[in-house]
Design a protein around this ligand. Sequence first.
Ligand SMILES: Cc1cc2nc3c(=O)[nH]c(=O)nc-3n(C[C@H](O)[C@H](O)[C@H](O)COP(=O)(O)OP(=O)(O)OC[C@H]3O[C@@H](n4cnc5c(N)ncnc54)[C@H](O)[C@@H]3O)c2cc1C
Length: 390
Amino acid sequence: MKEEYDIIVVGAGPAGSMAARFAAEKGVSVLMLEKDRDVGYPVRCGEAISKAGVEEFIDSNELWIKAHINKFSFIAPDETEVLLQFDSEQEGYVLERRIFDYELAKTAVNTGAQILTRTYVNGLLFDDDKVAGVKYEHNGEQKELKAKIVIAADGVESRVGRWAGLKTHIDFRDMECCTQITAANINVDPNTLYFYFGEEFAPEGYFWIFPKGDNIANIGLGVSGMIGKKKSAQSFLNSFMEKYYPQAPILTTIAGGVPSAVTLDKISAPGIALVGDAARQVNPLSGGGIASGMIGASIAGRIAGEAIKMNKLDHLLTYDKAWHDRLGRRHETFNRIKEGIFNFSDEKFNIIAHSINKIPFEKRTLGRVFRTALIKQPSLIIDIAKVFVI
Ligand SMILES: Cc1cc2nc3c(=O)[nH]c(=O)nc-3n(C[C@H](O)[C@H](O)[C@H](O)COP(=O)(O)OP(=O)(O)OC[C@H]3O[C@@H](n4cnc5c(N)ncnc54)[C@H](O)[C@@H]3O)c2cc1C
């Protein structure tokens, strides 16, 4: 341990590891602090990701791939199934995140970052108004450590940003309440992700079955905070399991929040940057945050490293724009599409499913599905065009 670091990263999830790695690549001293004993555990995730999202950062490896995905199945409230197939370029995975996160942390360590687990960051140090380090507890001892820059990668329940004075509040409606089980004896296609829509399954959200091989699957749902207040995500899950898989042994149960919103207004301030869930960099349409969090964190890590190297700490403040140019603006579009879909009635979902099924199977693309779904919402057509380049 050094007495002072150039950069301290709080949290060793996918975002933390990427921030640490890209900063360390610039040849500066980096320490990543993680409160849990093990990197990658406990897992709170459906573990689905696109191959492209992974391979921007790490070569695909069967060590942490549990399923190769080449089909999406969308299930309407009346149980009409819309099936969509992808070519190998658009393939996706269901991960074993426990191993994946660990491997990501190894890439950070291999570029020179240090990591300390069982280390709970519980405050910040300030130099005038600039963040200048962290307070933390390790092995029962309270300590302080200075850094020129702190990167907060402390996940959805992030407090570091708030301590730095950044506005991290998220509207209750935009916080998806999620619950998920991993269950056995789930006889689904091992290469398909299943998404269920409608009042019965997951109002203002969706229900998922993501296969993990050997008839094991992650089964869960997210509902908006407003719905979750009235009926818990767990009771939707219980009803589903009673109806479709009453005998399935349940291996794990998890619950957590997904910030399905646009990125925070400000994700950097003097001496601090926020990345991943802490910055609300989740894709608001899919709720996926692994790939986008890694992208945001890689940008922040690189810029933080450059700022130290140039001895120009203000350079860190260019991170907001760099993120918005790369993905933040696209997330604003996704968020508008999400708002459009949230308001659909069951009847509308059914009608859409029936009309999509009239498109020949080999001509169905994700773009066509969304265009058909939102054809009567002219205000959203431009957004859809922006995303899928019609
Ligand atoms: C039920 C559920 C299903 C999901 N499914 C998917 C999916 O299928 N695909 C997808 O892409 N995304 C999914 N997500 C979202 C995804 O899990 C997150 O977006 C992703 O994990 C964010 O990465 P992160 O590194 O920002 O945060 P995290 O992975 O949450 O990592 C934060 C780390 O910081 C540590 N930490 C927190 N506070 C402190 C502290 N004070 N001091 C030290 N360490 C601290 C934590 O222990 C943790 O290790 C899902 C989320 C949920 C809840």
